[in-house]
Design a binder for this molecule. Structure first.
Ligand code: ZN
Length: 140
């Protein structure tokens, strides 16, 4: 896509610190790293969200995520990882090209778990939430 900074990185039109590449995905260091080795895996196909990524590409993107975790483990010996996607603006997605963040973590690094991203619990019970979901599965 013309105005997408990640497509420009993929097409080598602008520089980036690429650490891993396959035929379907590329891994680049985040220019605003949250931690040492903070990397993003991007599908070569321009899509905004995981839902739009063709099914036959998902496997290759997540294989790249796995490989990058192994690379970062060997490089920096972190004690854990936070792996995540900010999907859509409300969740903090800044670039509208799907990317999976891989953030190396250490004990006492000052960060939190996925549960610390937001605190907006539902008013309904989890059983009611389950029923809403199950009623909607039929329509997908
Ligand atoms: Zn793009």
């Amino acid at each position: 896509m013309d105005n997408c900074i990640f497509c420009k990185i993929i097409n080598k039109e602008i520089p980036a610190e690429i650490i891993y590449e396959t035929e379907k995905a590329i891994a680049v260091l985040d220019i605003h790293p949250c931690a040492r080795g903070h990397t993003m895996v991007l599908p070569l196909t321009h899509v905004e969200t995981l839902v739009e990524l063709p099914d036959n590409e998902i496997e290759f993107v997540f294989k790249a995520v796995k490989k990058v975790i192994e690379i970062l483990q060997k490089s920096f010996e972190p004690e854990g990882f936070t792996i995540g996607i900010n999907q859509k603006e409300a969740a903090g997605q800044a670039i509208k090209h799907l990317h999976i963040h891989i953030i190396p973590r250490w004990k006492n690094d000052g960060g939190g778990s996925i549960h610390s991203v937001v605190h907006n619990p539902p008013k309904e019970s989890i059983q009611e939430i389950r029923n809403i979901i199950l009623n909607n599965i039929k329509e997908i």
